[in-house]
Unconditional design. Sequence first.
Length: 202
Amino acid sequence: MSEPELEPRVAAALRTLRHVPAGAGAVMFLRHAERPELPKGELGEEIPLTAAGAASAHRLGTQLRQRLRRVHTSPVRRCQLTAAALLAGAEVAATPIIVPHLGEPGLFVQDGPLAWPQFLEHGVQAMARKLSRCEPLPGFRPAAQGVQQLLGEPLASLPPAGGLDAYVTHDYILAVTASLLLGQEVPWPDFLDCLCVWREQD
């Protein structure tokens, strides 16, 4: 099936992936697939995907067949379900690899009890903007340190040429990481929005 016939979120992820040079192994950091609305003031760690979200993740997996090597995921249920659907769609016989710092509150938070009230007061998007601007925030590590931690292991173990490792995470982690790497504030990530990282060839 050609890309114009794909649903917009899947097509958008594939457009991002096209920026990866043909001879490079790459890492894809992506937001989980569509979920229901979260209860106000809650992380909703057990909230699943919608039926449409699960289908989208599976469809993206089918498009990544022959490229997808392994999938790492936040421990949060909606991320694990996204990871499993990607692997199933790609027909990769593997289990998603749980990575705690991909989850919530995430690798930018050092002190949860100190950081969480700020999320409640200002909202997730406002906190992501503050982190992206490298503002010092009580209970948070510097955003640049968090991004360095996020990229360290994936870039040290890139797949072979043309291969892809996926890391399923959350909107604010993806937004802060993309903003720091690109040097500008980015639009808030939609479901399945992604950021691809690779090493330039010498």
